[in-house]
Design a protein around this ligand. Structure first.
Ligand code: TTP
Ligand code: MG
Length: 240
């Protein structure tokens, strides 16, 4: 039931059903299990669209996406949904306790599992600093969380399923550099393959693989050092 989290894109192109032009063109890359993959690129470059293909929110038009060597179109959707944690760009929290918000979508999660996920997401210490801890209410009558706290809460929600692959769509934008680095290291320690959409060079520094998208094409891929040496756009982002 568990997956190792190796992900392969093999000449993948994709166009939304209701649009004229492809938004992803001939994307190929592969990641090792447990890798940290940073995805960068300007707004509209196709970052959200790319990660959406992994849990089959959309179907590519050409090419193959594989997880652990298996074409994902041959995998059961239930299995995929369980194996992949997805934190969308838009944060959704509801009026209810912190515990319920983390367990959303996995209502049978035990408190121990919720705490473990919150620790991994680097939000446990904040939660236990509230007088009501995990029973703290969110929403109009409850506490107001900061942007970075909300992001970590939604990351904890994805982690409660113990996914082998985690997709973070700009989910660390409000975290300070050190908290983000600690989070990424913790995910590495549990061997969770992490796709991190980001605008920050600080998040790409330690990535095993950086994918730099431009207008739906993979302009460059490699480590920070490799891109710094070979990619003018990356150099420009680094220096800005
Ligand atoms: P995205 O994949 O949403 O681009 P992005 O995630 O890189 O941008 P941002 O940093 O702003 O989040 O969009 C790529 C293209 O696909 C863009 O032209 C808009 C289009 N698109 C659709 O047509 N339908 C959709 O549902 C989405 C999400 C995008
Ligand atoms: Mg996006």
């Amino acid at each position: 039931d568990t997956i190792n989290g190796a992900v392969t894109f093999d000449h993948v192109s994709f166009q939304y059903p209701d649009t004229q032009a492809a938004v992803l063109h001939d994307i190929s890359f592969e990641t090792k299990p447990g890798a940290t993959v940073a995805i960068m690129g300007a707004t509209g470059a196709g970052k959200t669209s790319l990660v959406g293909l992994i849990p089959r929110l959309y179907e590519q038009n050409t090419g193959v996406v594989k997880i652990d060597g298996k074409d994902i179109t041959t995998l059961n959707t239930e299995y995929l949904r369980d194996a992949i944690g997805y934190v969308p760009q838009e944060i959704i929290l509801f009026t209810g306790t912190i515990q319920d918000n983390i367990a959303w979508g996995k209502e049978d999660a035990t408190l121990d599992e919720i705490i473990e996920a919150a620790k991994l997401a680097q939000i446990h210490d904040t939660i236990i600093s509230f007088p009501m801890g995990y029973d703290t209410m969110l929403g109009q009558k409850g506490v107001n969380l900061s942007g970075g706290q909300k992001q970590r809460l939604t990351i904890a929600r994805a982690l409660v399923r113990k996914p082998g692959i985690l997709l973070l769509d700009d989910s660390t934008s409000a975290l300070d550099i050190r908290t983000e680095a600690t989070l990424l290291q913790a995910l590495r320690d549990v061997a969770c393959t992490t796709f991190l959409i980001t605008q920050k060079i600080s998040s790409t520094l330690h990535a095993d693989l950086i994918l730099l998208l431009e207008d739906g094409s993979l302009l460059a891929q490699g480590s920070h050092e490799e891109l710094l040496e070979n990619c003018v756009l990356y150099q420009r982002i680094y220096e800005s």
